[in-house]
Structure formats: C-alpha cells, structure tokens
Design a protein around this ligand. Structure first.
Ligand code: BJW
Length: 246
C-alpha cells in the first residue's frame, strides 16, 4: 500500500468507527516542547531512570528527585496543547463512543478539551502522600523546603507511576475494557516499549480492532498494526480527522 492509501484507509476506518480507542505517548506532546523519553536527547539520555523514576531512587534521595520534578513541572505547566491534542478532542466530539488512554503525565489532552481521559501513568499536576495515599494539586512553590511533607509527617511524592509500580487499578481496567470493545484503535507517539501500556494495542488487535499507528519512526508494534502513518502527530492528526468526517 502507498502512504496515501494507508492514510485513506485510516481515515475511512475512523469515520466508520463505533467505538474508537486512542493510546497516546510522549510523541504527541513533542510539538508542545515536551521531551520524549527514549529518543536521542530524550529524558533518559540526561537522567538515570533507576535513580529518578523508581521508588527506591526516590527514597534514597527525595530532595534530588523533587528538584528534578520541580523543573519538569515548570516546563509542563508552561506548555500549551498542539494541533495533535486538539484533533483528539475533536474526535471525542465526533465518534459515537470514544476512549482516550494516555501514558502522558502532562495534562495536555485535558487542556485541549478532551474529557474522557484515562491516565495510565498518573499526573505531574498532582502530589500524593506516601503513607496515606491521599492526593492534592497543591504542588510545592519555588523556594519551599524539599522534599515536601504531608500534614501527617510522611513524605509527599509526585502522583506518577514509576518503574516497578502498579498502574492505577481503575485506569488499567478502563484501558483494557476499551481494548476489548473498540472496533478501531489509534496509537500515537509511543515507542510501545513500556508495559503494560504497550500491550493495549496488541490486545485490541487480537480482539478484532483495526489498529492505526501515527509515528515518524517504526516502533515495537509497527509490524503488528494494520496501517502506519509515518508522520508527526501535529500534522497528521488534524488532516486525519478532517478526512474521516469530510
Ligand atoms: C512522535 C513525535 C511526533 C516523536 N509525533 N510521534 C520486561 C518485560 C515486560 C515488562 C517489563 C520488563 N522489565 C520491566 C518491565 C516492567 C516495566 C517496563 O515496561 N519496562 C520496560 C522499559 C521494559 N513497567 C513497569 O514497571 C510498569 N509497572 C508494571 O509493570 O507493574 C507491574 C510490575 C511490578 C513489579 C515488577 C514488574 C512489573 C510501570 C511503568 C511506568 C512508566 N513510567 C514512566 C515515567 C512516568 C513518570 C515521569 O514521566 O516522570 O512513564 S517511564 C516513561 O515511559 C513514561 C512514559 O509514559 C513511558 C512510555 O514512553 P513513551 O510515551 O512511549 O515515550 P518514548 O520516548 O518511549 O517514545 C516516544 C515516541 O514518540 C517515539 O516512538 C517517537 O518516534 C515518537 N515521536 N516525535 C508523533 N511529533
């Protein structure tokens, strides 16, 4: 199939979808200025994931991990949604049933107007008490003592999912329910390396869904999807939505 044929097939499937599920990763926020993880110059090129994105790393040096997350919080809250995010919010308004599953912690889908968002890896816009599990959006202010502590005295942490930690139960069950019931799945801007998120499109495909991938590069699931659009999300997604509902 030519690139144009693949694009047309994807648009046709989206236009006909009764339940469309979308899985997004860091690539969809790249054009909002947020780094991806595993590309050259990505997050894991500059920091050690074992030290910064595991509970063990956090407990070994909570101040260092908090300082790093404070910087990331600042860049995420300064970022704005791009046309890729906006196109996903538009899809939600057009398709009869729609589930947006994201691995991103940046909140940019919600900022673009998406409502039904399943956050698999939590949100950098919330903090959580390590003991009580209670969450709040009261992020520490620049100059506050780090690490911040809960009123109960326990350490507070960013409400994100680190390596070796379970994903939020409700999010994982909503995501796999959608993979089991959607007729079309669109996978955008993820290497699909991290599990269990990377398995969601595979599950959808095994359940008979038509799986479309939008990514400038090949990924761990490219050989398993029905159609690949090798483009940036910010340019491909608005055109895809327009072509699907013309
Ligand atoms: C564009 C673009 C543009 C660029 N447009 N596209 C062996 C087998 C199976 C599992 C494991 C295993 N060994 C270990 C595990 C478990 C582990 C795992 O999967 N590890 C892998 C690295 C192998 N998973 C876990 O630990 C998970 N928990 C779990 O499994 O619990 C059960 C368990 C418990 C105990 C032991 C074992 C299992 C939790 C995973 C948590 C992931 N957390 C992070 C950090 C979040 C917080 C933070 O940000 O600070 O989540 S890691 C990071 O990766 C982040 C992301 O959400 C996640 C996925 O990354 P993503 O989005 O795919 O980004 P990239 O960079 O990989 O890809 C970007 C893509 O965009 C690229 O393809 C580009 O081409 C593309 N792109 N520009 C469109 N403009």
């Amino acid at each position: 199939m030519t690139e144009q044929e693949q694009f047309d097939k994807a648009a046709e499937a989206i236009g006909r979808a009764k339940h469309l599920a979308v899985l997004t990763g860091a690539g969809i926020s790249r054009e909002s200025g947020i780094h991806t993880f595993r590309e050259k110059g990505g997050v894991w090129d500059t920091v050690d994931a074992e030290k910064m994105a595991t509970l063990e790393g956090f407990l070994a040096d909570p101040e260092k991990v908090w300082k790093w997350y404070m910087g990331r919080y600042e860049s995420v809250t300064a970022a704005r949604p791009n046309p890729g995010h906006t196109a996903m919010a538009e899809l939600e308004r057009r398709v009869p049933a729609f589930t947006l599953i994201t691995q991103n912690i940046d909140g940019l889908h919600q900022a673009a107007g998406s409502v039904n968002v399943v956050e698999l890896h939590g949100s950098i816009r919330r903090i959580r008490c390590l003991d009580e599990g209670t969450t709040s959006s009261e992020w520490p202010r620049p100059g506050d003592a780090l690490p911040p502590r809960c009123k109960c005295g326990a350490l507070l942490r960013p409400d994100v999912v680190w390596f070796g930690e379970s994903l939020p139960e409700r999010a994982i069950s909503d995501a796999f329910d959608a993979a089991g019931s959607c007729d079309v799945m669109l996978v955008v801007g993820t290497s699909a390396i991290v599990q269990p998120a990377g398995y969601i499109p595979i599950e959808a495909g095994q359940n008979g869904a038509f799986v479309i991938e939008v990514n400038p590069e090949e990924t761990a699931i490219t050989s398993l999807v029905h159609v690949s659009i090798f483009e940036n999300a910010g340019s491909a997604l608005p055109r895809l939505v327009e072509a699907a509902f013309k």
